[in-house]
Design a protein around this ligand. Structure first.
Ligand SMILES: CC(C)(COP(=O)(O)OP(=O)(O)OC[C@H]1O[C@@H](n2cnc3c(N)ncnc32)[C@H](O)[C@@H]1OP(=O)(O)O)[C@@H](O)C(=O)NCCC(=O)NCCS
Length: 220
């Protein structure tokens, strides 16, 4: 029996995830959850109500998977934490667009999303609920920690580490061996050639620490 999936989030990023799910042909999409009807209703995807009302009644089901289609790392993690409070066992689906190229020796964890045309190389680890956007190139032996993400065209050399909840901006590049801390935002087009400390914003060529980054700030 084909597995079923429910998308959490109904906005434009959810549209991208919907496209991946459709092309991946691994799951039957049964609907989406959000506070109110969103973009996915235009695609005739069934609206299943808010996460709160849905998870109050939901019982463990091994054939139903979920994916959190929220681009912002902080908001994606917050939804995950809110759902955890219901203490139900949830299956988190791995959504991969078929045009992505993934080494058989890469490790992709539950809840991750790998979008169109991205490349994940040899022995790279993509942890829980990481999102690798369109056309990002992630080279060998990288580790993207939980709830981090790489925007379109971001590019990393080998042995790069990206800490929890950190974000690589559009078209940035990260030199091989660089370690990026937790909750770091790298601005678009940056060239990161040195390690980056946690809770900070970096941008420029070469990238410099610009200021402290606060959790709830938005970079999208
Ligand atoms: C860095 C970023 C988060 C904004 O940070 P911010 O502190 O709010 O910056 P502001 O927009 O207030 O800009 C402050 C200054 O920095 C400059 N600046 C902002 N981002 C920059 C970047 N990536 N590189 C170089 N300069 C940048 C601005 O032009 C502005 O300069 P000015 O004071 O001379 O006008 C944002 O510009 C960015 O790069 N976001 C990434 C977006 C992205 O990757 N989107 C992909 C979506 S999938």
């Amino acid at each position: 029996m084909k597995k079923k999936i429910i998308i959490i989030g109904g906005g434009e990023h959810a549209g991208v995830i919907y496209d991946c799910v459709k092309e991946q042909k691994k799951f039957d999409l049964i609907g989406y959850l959000d506070k109110k009807k969103g973009f996915l209703s235009k695609k005739k995807i069934k609206y299943l109500g808010s996460e709160n009302t849905f998870f109050k009644k939901f019982k463990k089901n091994k054939n139903i998977f979920f994916t959190i289609a929220i681009g912002d790392n902080y908001k994606r993690k917050k939804i995950y934490d809110d759902i955890k409070k219901f203490k139900i066992q949830i299956n988190w689906g791995i959504v991969i667009h078929p045009s992505a190229s993934i080494s058989p020796l890469a490790k992709i964890d539950e809840g991750a999303q790998i979008l169109n045309g991205s490349i994940i190389s040899y022995k790279t680890r993509i942890s829980k609920h990481v999102c690798i956007y369109t056309g990002a190139i992630i080279d060998h032996h990288n580790h993207f920690h939980s709830f981090s993400s790489a925007a379109p065209g971001a590019c990393t050399g080998g042995n790069v580490e990206v800490g929890e909840n950190s974000f690589l901006g559009i078209n940035c590049s990260v030199k091989h061996g660089v370690k990026i801390g937790k909750k770091v935002v790298i601005g678009g087009n940056a060239f990161v050639n040195k390690n980056c400390s946690s809770n900070s914003l970096y941008f420029g060529i070469p990238a410099r620490r610009v200021r402290k980054w606060k959790d709830e700030e938005s970079y999208l």
